[in-house]
Design a protein around this ligand. Sequence first.
Ligand SMILES: [Zn+2]
Length: 294
Amino acid sequence: MPELPEVEVIVRELRGPLTGRRIIDAWTDWPKYFHQPKSEEEFRSCIQGRQIEAIDRRAKYILIHLSRRHLLLVHQKISGRLQMGKWVWNPAASQGVGRWQPATSPDHAPQGGRFIHLLFELDNGEQLGLSDLRKFAKVMCGPERDILDLPELRNLGPEPLSPNLTFSKFEQLFRRKRGNLKEVLMDPTFIAGIGNLYSDEILYTSLLHPLTRVEHLQTPQFRVLYHGVRTVLRKAIRLGATGRRAPDGSRQGYDRVLLVYGREGECCPRGHVIERIKVGGRSAHYCPVEQIRL
Ligand SMILES: [Zn+2]
């Protein structure tokens, strides 16, 4: 499941090629993507002819700011990936079922052409495609104030990398919270964008046990956690986050430097065997030697 760094990397990739483009139309074979408005017809009339003025991110949502103060929102969920490319429709690609296929030679082809289920036509002949094997993504469009006022956006916790989240605000926030650190970090209404993978990495970096209760922490530990959150998320963004493979199938980006996540039975960077425990229905990977439960 993509987390804040994965979404931020995509936003940074799209910003250059998308900003200033005009959306001509949209195509989908999965109208269930549209959560607001729900009808495909209304959705298309919401985006048709609008210019893309800016693109940014809130938690795991991609925010595409359109002309006349409209907002197109995409949550890629589990397997979705927005990407620029050029595809052509092949009406009989797979046993008589139509499919988008990369227009360029396979070497330079955008990935995931066969799972393109939503596609925006742009004014320069390029396309913005949503490749989405599982089809769980979510798409919304409307006046900016209406979209930003949806409960799922309004109820999000602060952005962990925002310059506004100073250490003193971070400490104040965490001092009001109860519960074990792993679940606290993964609560999007408390702090945005951190999931299973990065919470494990942050807690190892901070040498805090996933089951340590937040109400047992003091200022020095909050300081270490604050730096852990920012260091891990920034490093992941810098490296291109996770989930991308080189053409030869080898690991790339942050997948190559994972400290503990998904590494049960292997060694932590200082040579101790990583263990896995269940925390609130999720798996936590940690070093039992260095991450002492307070
Ligand atoms: Zn260790």
